[in-house]
Design a protein around this ligand. Structure first.
Ligand SMILES: Cc1cc2nc3c(=O)[nH]c(=O)nc-3n(C[C@H](O)[C@H](O)[C@H](O)COP(=O)(O)OP(=O)(O)OC[C@H]3O[C@@H](n4cnc5c(N)ncnc54)[C@H](O)[C@@H]3O)c2cc1C
Length: 496
């Protein structure tokens, strides 16, 4: 009897949940061997504090969507709940595996440690782990000298097709036979939530409708909490989990740009796609940012933690309507536009004077598009602790009046304020006792008094941060950061 095990390639899917323009899958198929696509729900990540159920559901929806497509190829993804090394050990008892393919992950410290163990595992088992670059992010760079060129080359190269030979992917039957011996998680997810649903099909719907007409309002609506929800692309979770590749999105926008007259909005969108790579590259080169400020000059900054302030902020009970509307909306829908994200972080770190590290996990859990490479650098920028970016302390009232003038967003998310006249919806604390009576509304009972004074807290934050920023270490660090993370050649791809 022939007991030789079948040799297969395995593609270990991570944050690249797509078949098209997936370099890991492409390379595995090009080699000609039979190929298994694998996704592993790893217990240490399922329990990690940066993530929450909404992320795992998004992934499950993405896998279900992929499996629908794979039916055409009589295949499916092997989905396992296990430590990744145990999953591969189990596969090794049935198959010979000499090559594993995946994308490089610019993840958090625990995934970095996991990857190091996985490299050791591969060495011990004489397996080659091929890792493709992701989002144009280069591993092992010491500075940005050649980054732009390399990143441009990535963006300009053609997206890769998905074209397995007939029978090249392991069949549904083969995979189901293996599933009998492993723990497979349920892929059921809650219906009727206000969160964006995962999957490439949904990602393409968002992208196509944006490129069809929604992009026309992009620049006018990008800062508005309500209008941005349709005026922006909303593709961020699909990029973060890899349902769409940033390169394919860029190419679609690039081709559209050639055919339209008003190019400004599309150009603004395309440059943000490049920012995505820029930020992830920064985090790739400074992964210490997960825990500490990139600028060592700010490591001595100690802020007194207030559980009350933090709880009020998380639950949208600060007494500042726009902040509260944003936090409640985020908790329910998993999305806020850029300016509102910056605003809530600015309020937490400057007005409430709380450490950015304490905002980090709540936000990463709530944002459906949690992308470590954008999350940590942005948090530190908004907290004013990089030393190289403009110190911006957003005023919640000014932003409220400017970006939600008729209080539509506020009234939607803070219904306690919906019967007030518009000026009071922005600043309910301006109401006199008599006005409160007229509106059958009682400050302190129906809605909280503001938990801090905006002017004095703003001044304290600004004075302290400027003082720190002007110290020797912070200045030296600023120079180091600029030298390491800026490129002499600042031109972005084709000036697009
Ligand atoms: C504190 C804070 C945390 C953030 N955390 C994340 C995060 O975890 N994941 C995430 O994708 N974005 C994050 N952002 C950036 C930005 O707010 C979101 O990318 C954007 O709001 C997503 O909406 P959209 O897809 O409609 O974006 P669009 O405006 O349509 O932009 C298209 C894409 O460009 C990229 N992009 C847009 N703005 C930025 C930016 N400022 N920096 C880097 N890339 C950008 C995103 O991939 C986005 O999907 C954060 C911003 C702040 C201030």
């Amino acid at each position: 009897m022939n007991t030789r095990k079948l040799e297969i390639n395995v593609v270990w899917l991570k944050r690249d949940l797509r078949l098209e323009d997936n370099e890991a899958i492409f390379n595995a198929l090009v080699s000609g061997k039979r190929t298994l696509l694998l996704y592993v729900f790893e217990p240490f990540l399922l329990q990690d504090d940066h993530y929450s159920e909404r992320h795992w559901n998004f992934i499950k929806e993405s896998l279900v969507d992929l499996n629908e497509r794979l039916k055409f190829y009589n295949s499916k993804i092997l989905i396992v709940e296990a430590n990744v090394i145990s999953a591969f050990n189990q596969l090794l008892s049935n198959y010979t595996i000499k090559n594993i393919y995946s994308h490089q992950e610019t993840g958090i410290l625990v995934t970095y440690e996991r990857d190091k163990s996985f490299i050791r595992f591969c060495k011990n088992n004489i397996i080659t782990w091929h890792e493709s670059i992701n989002n144009g992010v280069q591993r092992g760079l010491k500075n940005r000298a050649l980054w732009i060129e390399k990143c441009n080359a990535f963006f300009e190269s053609k997206p890769l097709a998905f074209a397995p030979r007939e029978g090249q992917l392991l069949t549904i039957k083969e995979i189901e036979a293996f599933e009998l011996f492993i723990k497979t998680p349920s892929l059921k997810t809650p219906e009727n939530t206000s969160l964006q649903k995962g999957g490439r099909s949904m990602g393409l719907k968002y992208l196509d409708s944006f490129l069809e007409n929604r992009y026309l309002n992009y620049m006018f609506h990008i800062s508005k909490p309500e209008l941005a929800r349709t005026g922006c692309s909303r593709i961020s979770p699909y990029l973060a989990w890899g349902n769409l590749s940033v390169r394919e999105v860029y190419h679609k926008a690039y081709h559209l740009k050639k055919t339209i007259k008003n190019k400004k909005s599309l150009e603004a969108f395309m440059s943000r796609l490049r920012w995505q790579s820029h930020f992830i590259q920064k985090f790739e080169m400074e992964h210490i940012m997960e825990e500490e400020s990139i600028n060592k000059g700010f490591h001595k900054l100690k802020k007194k933690v207030s559980e009350n302030y933090q709880t009020a902020w998380k639950n949208g009970q600060t007494g500042f309507p726009l902040i509260d509307a944003c936090m409640r909306c985020l908790n329910e829908t998993g999305y806020l536009n850029f300016r509102m994200r910056a605003l809530v972080v600015s309020f937490f770190t400057h007005n409430l004077w709380q450490p950015w590290q304490d905002a980090s996990k709540h936000l990463s859990k709530m944002f459906l598009d949690f992308e470590p490479g954008i999350h940590f650098p942005q948090l530190q920028m908004q907290a004013g602790e990089t030393g190289v970016n403009i110190l911006r302390i957003y005023n919640p009232i000014k932003n409220s009046l400017e970006h939600d003038p008729d209080a539509t967003f506020i009234k939607k998310w803070v219904p306690e304020l919906k019967n007030l006249e518009i000026p009071f919806s922005h600043e309910p604390y301006l109401m006199t006792k008599l006005e409160q009576e007229f509106h059958e509304f009682k400050l302190g009972e129906d809605y909280p008094f503001p938990i801090v004074d905006l002017d004095s807290t703003r001044k304290k934050a600004s004075d302290t941060l400027w003082q720190m920023r002007n110290k020797k270490l912070a200045k030296e660090e600023s120079l180091r950061i600029l030298k390491k993370h800026t490129s002499r050649n600042k031109t972005l791809l084709e000036n697009s």
